[in-house]
Design a protein around this ligand. Structure first.
Ligand code: CAO
Length: 491
C-alpha cells in the first residue's frame, strides 16, 4: 500500500514536471526558469509553480533578474537610473545609442577632457552599448531583431518620438507579444502630455517646489533628483511587476511612469496637509506658532518635520565657518523628558506650557531656540553621541565630502570606487537596495558602441555577411575597438 502511494506520488511529481516543462517551452525565453513542483500550500507565484528551494550558498545562485534582456533606449537621467538598477539586479541591459554622439550626457558637464562624463558613467554601470541609427532601414532591421530578442524595452524619449521612429506599441507587440514597453514621460495623459520635461519641471509640476522653502520665500527645488531618479525607481518597480504578471499571462504590457506622478507620490504628505487645512491651521508648522495665517494651499514648511513629531535644523559648534555644522533635531513626544534633562530644563517636564505636545505646539520656535543654545555647544557628532543612546531622534547634516569618505557606506557598497579605461578611478553610488541572495557587483559603464559587434553576432545572431551589410549601410557608425569582455569583467 505504502509502495502504491509512493508510486502515485512519483507519477504526480513526474506529471507536474512535464507540465512545468511544457509551460517553460511555451514561454519563449522566460525570465524565470520554472522547474519546480506544485507547492502544497503557501504562496504560489507565476501560475502556481515555484522552483525547488536552492541549496546553494546565499548570493551564489545567480542574480534576481538573470535571464531578463532589456532593450535600453534611455538617455539623460530618469530612464538610465531605471535600467541601471535592473542591470544591478542581473538583467542584461543593451543600451542603444545614436552613432557618433550616444547618450547626450556622455559629453555633458565634462571634467576629464576626452572621457565620458561622470554624469554618464554614474548612471550607466553594468550595461552594454550598441550604436544604431534607428531611423535608417538597416538600423530598423537590427531594432526588429532586438525587439524580438529582448523582454523589456525601456525608453524616455520626448512624447511621440518612439512612434515617429516607427516603433509603435502595435508594431512592437506584433513582433514580440511578450515584450514589456516601459516609458518615462513628463506627464501622464492630459493637457501637458506632449511636453518635454526635465527634473526641475517635474519637481514644480508634482507639488514639490510649492511646498519646499520657507513660508516667506520663493518656491525651491530640492537637490534630491526626485523627478528623474525617483521616477526611474517607480518605473523599475512597474517593470518587475509586469515581468511577474507575464509569467502568468504570457504577454507583455505597457508601463508608464510619469514624472509628475512620481514626484506627487513622494509629496503624498503635502496633499494630506492640503486636506487638513479645511479643519484649521496646521499646528505643527512653525508658521502656526508665529501667528502667521495659513492660505488656501499647503504652505512651504521650511525645515519643519513632515510628520506629527516636530523637528527642525539647528546650529552646532562651528556653524560660523562650516556650512554643514548643523543637526536635525526631533522633539519626539515619548522622549521629551530626556530632551529636557539633556538641555538643562528639567522643570519643562511638568510645566503646563511644555509638558504635553499640544501645549508645546504654539511655543515650538522658543523651544527649538533653547535646544539650539545647547546644540551650539557641541559638534553635530557629539550631539549624535549624546542623543542616540537616549533614543532622541537626531541626524547630522552630512556634506557630500563626508558621505564620500564615510567608511560604513564604502563597506556596504552604497559608495563604490570604480575604474574606467579613459577617466581612471571615480566614486559612484552603488545599488542602494540590498538583496541577500542577489549580490550587486558594480561594473563600469560601457564606451560608446563598445559591444556593437558582440551584440550583433552573439545576441542577435546576425551572420558575418549580414553584419558586413549593416556596417556598410552606416547604420552603426564607426565601432571603436573594445577591450575584451574578459578584461571588462576583471576590472
Ligand atoms: N538613432 C536615431 N535617432 C535617435 C536615436 C538613435 N539611436 N536615439 C534617439 N533618436 C532621436 C529620437 O528619435 C528623437 O527624434 P525626433 O524628435 O525626430 O522624433 C530625437 O533623437 C531626440 O529625442 P528627444 O526629443 O527625446 O530628445 P531631446 O534631447 O530633444 O529631449 C528630453 C530630451 C529629456 C526633454 C525628452 O527626451 C523628454 O521629455 N523625455 C521624457 C521625460 C524625461 O525622461 N525627462 C527626464 C530627462 S532627465 O532630466
Amino acid at each position: 500500500m505504502a509502495k502504491k502511494i509512493a508510486k502515485k506520488g512519483k507519477a504526480k511529481a513526474a506529471a507536474s514536471k512535464v507540465k512545468a516543462k511544457a509551460k517553460t517551452k511555451m514561454a519563449k525565453k522566460p525570465a524565470l526558469k520554472v522547474v519546480g513542483k506544485k507547492l502544497a500550500g503557501g504562496s504560489h507565484v507565476g501560475g502556481g509553480l515555484l522552483p525547488r528551494v536552492s541549496k546553494k550558498p546565499w548570493g551564489q545562485d545567480g542574480k534576481a533578474l538573470d535571464g531578463v534582456k532589456i532593450l535600453d533606449f534611455t538617455h539623460v537621467q530618469s530612464g538610465p537610473t531605471c535600467t541601471q538598477l535592473l542591470a544591478w539586479f542581473g538583467a542584461d541591459v543593451i543600451k542603444v545609442e545614436r552613432p557618433g554622439q550616444g547618450d547626450i550626457t556622455r559629453g555633458q558637464l565634462v571634467d576629464v577632457p576626452g572621457a565620458d562624463s561622470l554624469y554618464f558613467t554614474m548612471l550607466n554601470h553594468n550595461k552594454r552599448s550598441i550604436t544604431l541609427d534607428s531611423k535608417s532601414k538597416e538600423g530598423m532591421r537590427v531594432l526588429e531583431r532586438l525587439v524580438k530578442t529582448c523582454d523589456v524595452l525601456v525608453e524616455n524619449f520626448a512624447p511621440g518620438a518612439l512612434d515617429r521612429m516607427g516603433l509603435t506599441w502595435e508594431r512592437i507587440h506584433s513582433w514580440n507579444p511578450r515584450m514589456i514597453v516601459a516609458s518615462v514621460k513628463g506627464f501622464g495623459p492630459g493637457a501637458y502630455e506632449d511636453c518635454k520635461v526635465y527634473e526641475n519641471i517635474a519637481q514644480c509640476a508634482g507639488g514639490s517646489a510649492s511646498t519646499t522653502g520657507f513660508h516667506d520665500g520663493i518656491p525651491l527645488v530640492t537637490g534630491a533628483q526626485i523627478g528623474d531618479s525617483g521616477t526611474g525607481l517607480h518605473l523599475a518597480l512597474g517593470i518587475v511587476c509586469a515581468l511577474m504578471q507575464r509569467n502568468r499571462t504570457g504577454r507583455g504590457q505597457r508601463v508608464l511612469a510619469a514624472m509628475q506622478d512620481g514626484v506627487l507620490n513622494l509629496c503624498r504628505v503635502k496633499l494630506r496637509d492640503q486636506q487638513r487645512l479645511k479643519a484649521g491651521p496646521l499646528k505643527e508648522y512653525t508658521q502656526y506658532g508665529l501667528g502667521i495665517p495659513f492660505g488656501e494651499a499647503t504652505p512651504r514648511a521650511g525645515n519643519d518635520s513632515g510628520g506629527g513629531q516636530p523637528g527642525v535644523i539647528l546650529k552646532c559648534k562651528g556653524w560660523e565657518t562650516d556650512p554643514n555644522a548643523y543637526i536635525y533635531f526631533i522633539t519626539q513626544a515619548p522622549v521629551w523628558g530626556k530632551i529636557c534633562d539633556v538641555i538643562g530644563e528639567p522643570e519643562w517636564k511638568t510645566h503646563p506650557d511644555y509638558a504635553t505636545p499640544p501645549a508645546r505646539l504654539p511655543r515650538l520656535k522658543q523651544i527649538f531656540e533653547r535646544i539650539e543654545q545647547w546644540t551650539m555647544t557641541k559638534t553635530k557628532f557629539e550631539v549624535m553621541d549624546i542623543c542616540n543612546p537616549l533614543d532622541i531622534p537626531v541626524g547630522p547634516i552630512l556634506s557630500m565630502k563626508e558621505i564620500a569618505e564615510d567608511p560604513s557606506l564604502r563597506k556596504t557598497g552604497t559608495v563604490v570606487e570604480v575604474d574606467h579605461p579613459t577617466r581612471g578611478k571615480y566614486l559612484s553610488v552603488g545599488n542602494p537596495i540590498k538583496l541577500s541572495d542577489s549580490i550587486t557587483e558594480v561594473k563600469r559603464s560601457p564606451l560608446l558602441g563598445e559591444h556593437t559587434d558582440e551584440i550583433l553576432s552573439k545576441v542577435l545572431k546576425f551572420t558575418p555577411r549580414e553584419i558586413a551589410e549593416i556596417k556598410a549601410s552606416g547604420a552603426i557608425g564607426e565601432v571603436p575597438k573594445a577591450p575584451s569582455q574578459k578584461a571588462m569583467a576583471a576590472e
